[in-house]
Design a protein around this ligand. Sequence first.
Ligand code: PLP
Length: 217
Amino acid sequence: MGLQEISDRVAQAARASGRDSDAIKLIAVSKVQPNARINAVLTEGHRCFGENRVQEAASKWPDFRARFDGIDLHLIGPLQTNKARQAFELFQAIHSLDRPKLAKTFARLAQETGGCPDLFVQVNTGEEPQKAGVLPSEADAFVSDCKALDLPICGLMCIPPVDEEASLHFALLAKIARRNGLDGLSMGMSADFEKAIALGATHVRVGSAIFGERTPG
Ligand SMILES: *Cc1c(COP(=O)(O)O)cnc(C)c1O
């Protein structure tokens, strides 16, 4: 596998659903990957990356930004309120907006800095107790509260339960997005991004299939 193969598969999946592949952003999830692998993907010309920890992103991306133009960095992991300011500085998009306190903090920072990353509301479609995200039943109210705060909500994000058919969760997320007038759908990872594209994904988050397995530590 690798960047080229995954890009080709994204384009193919888009075509198979009669969609324009330009409407699908491939986020290369670089968390825990060695810098040499990230450097190789940057050198191939890719610019859109995902990280799940603010601290880790802060330690590696300023150097890459000094060497490569146009890096588009997405936060795809949980965000503590006290790291929101740092996240605003580092990321062009945040996919893990999942609670009122964070929404209020974002609104305050947006006013103060005059800008805001693109935001995705994370929905816990599997209603898993250990997982972040608003419950499906709470999503409409939360999205409307965020809009009332003038936050740039571009869509919804989900991480399906590992032991369930992902397509059911992608379809549920798409349905919630549709009824809230949201176009963005951040869904699909290495194992299931093609299914996600078939169900309308606009942002797929692919790590190991591009970079190889993550080596822990
Ligand atoms: C790690 C991660 C991914 C990428 O997972 P792969 O299976 O390596 O593609 C996608 N989304 C989130 C939220 C992640 O934390």
